[in-house]
Write a protein that binds this ligand. Structure first.
Ligand code: ATP
Length: 234
């Protein structure tokens, strides 16, 4: 499969003061790929995603759709199609589920917005039954699904999911996993997923990177992970 990758991260480093959080990271994501970055707490996943989203300063180069992102604001990068669903979810807690979703699709033409909403309520049925409920009153797992649905309302070219499983109960993990699998197999969406939970991250991934102490130390298909990289995780 030729052609330039949708996202190309080259030699990206990030420092917080003297502490190096990313060290010369190279990573590519092709259009339509589902790529997982696995790493323990503190390895640098959030920092990598924040660099991509324009939220932390970095050295090295990041290009999206062939164009360098250097100098673009986070808002510009989001409008350009990179939508990050942060660990902290950032929902509007006093607004209803439906209102949160509507905000995600605010920039879409009305007919698009309705179609997108229908599709998302099918993907996450729980959100249909909770449509009028305040986002802040839902369980952690429901909030996570809402945050992902809202990000999808924006019709991203690249959806970045930062540790969606954090703190979720097993039954919710299963629901979330099913939704991601439907996404992966029925839509052309491109996803970059950061996870500590390898058991969750591997089954959905077309390709996996391992991030360890600010460095990418392995890259390959999930089928080779256990043998070549899994010792520290499994
Ligand atoms: P987590 O599972 O906690 O999200 P992570 O893999 O996403 O972990 P990061 O949050 O990117 O890791 O953190 C990478 C390293 O940088 C850690 O050692 C962390 O303590 C440090 N760090 C993160 N943010 C800051 C900051 N604003 N100032 C200083 N150090 C930071």
């Amino acid at each position: 499969t030729a052609g330039p990758p949708l996202l190309a991260v080259e030699g990206v480093s990030v420092f917080y003061g003297k502490a190096q959080a990313l060290d010369a990271v190279d990573l590519q994501v092709r259009e339509g790929e589902f790529v997982s970055v696995v790493g323990l707490n503190g390895a640098g996943k959030t920092t990598l995603f924040n660099a991509i989203s324009g939220l932390v300063p970095h050295t090295g180069s990041i290009t999206f759709g062939g164009a360098p992102l250097a100098g673009l604001s986070a808002a510009r990068i989001a409008r350009g199609g990179i939508v990050q669903c942060p660990e902290t979810r950032e929902l509007f807690n006093t607004m209803s589920v439906r209102e949160n979703l509507d905000l995600g699709g605010a920039h879409l033409p009305k007919s698009d917005r309705a179609r997108q909403l229908d599709w998302l309520l099918e993907l996450f049925p729980i959100l249909r039954s909770r449509s009028a409920q305040a986002a802040g009153k839902m369980s952690g797992g429901e909030q996570q699904m809402l945050a992902i649905a809202r990000a999808l309302m924006m019709k991203p070219r690249l959806l970045v999911l930062d540790e969606p499983t954090l703190g979720l109960a097993p039954v919710i993990l299963e629901q979330l996993g099913r939704a991601l699998e439907v996404l992966r197999t029925t839509t052309p969406i491109t996803v970059l997923l950061g996870e500590q939970n390898v058991t969750f991250a591997l089954p959905h991934a077309d390709r996996v990177y391992v991030l360890e102490h600010a460095r990418l130390v392995w890259e390959g298909p999930p089928a080779r992970f256990a043998e070549e990289a899994g010792r520290a995780y499994l």
